[in-house]
Design a protein around this ligand. Sequence first.
Ligand code: IPE
Ligand code: IPE
Ligand code: MG
Length: 242
Amino acid sequence: MFKKRNVELNIPKHVAIILDGNGRWAKKRGMPRTYGHQRGVENIRKIAIAASDFGIKALSVYAFSTENWKRPKDEVDFLMKLPGEFEKKFKDDFKKYDIKVMFSGRKTHLSQENLEILERITKNTKDRKGLILNICFDYGSKTEIVEACKAIASDVNSGKIKIEDITSKDIDKHLYTKDLPDLDLLIRPSGEVRLSNFLLWQVAYAELYFCKTYWPAFSKKSLEKALIEYTKRNRRFGGLKS
Ligand code: IPE
Ligand code: IPE
Ligand code: MG
């Protein structure tokens, strides 16, 4: 338990954040949207370290969606440079905090260069025992679920599993998040109140928290506020816990 101002926080094992509001944050400052993305990516490091300080086990961050390819080419090109930036700038801090990095998302649309970067980061951090930072990059929940269904259908075809034996656990174990604890808390900054194709299956019994702060301005204090709110929630999972 993490104690702050005499509030004993109930620390969720797995927190997810939709990194939204970079463009609006930059616009408010008269800067191009890409400046917001730059600051947004830097904020991942700050909040990953904060999450690790709070004792959170896994942090999933939504950094690029399967729908974000629809944006202007310049913006997409800029966003595609971020994994390289990430590798260069976060290496030392993540080592210091023993942070393990994994990536969730399609591996079919990214450049060879980016795929190599993602693979290298994953490999270099795989034995770390601290916070698991799950970066969702070219991630879409519907694609993730469709891929899980295809894998299960293929297991049915090959006789590995019978249709009548399929349970929700079979879906769980085909998702990118299969090795992570159940999702406890989902945070969306920036004032939007929607999920935008993020963790639709995993969110089943997660607590949802929305705040107005744009992602580049989301601080350790903002995270703490979300944790205080989470601590007040009464999770019943369909039962009758008081
Ligand atoms: C989130 O910020 C980053 C990505 C989606 C890549 P946005 O770029 O969506 O910023 P807003 O929502 O337009 O302010
Ligand atoms: C969701 O934000 C995706 C990421 C933050 C990576 P968007 O800005 O793309 O979502 P919408 O379009 O407002 O729903
Ligand atoms: Mg947005």
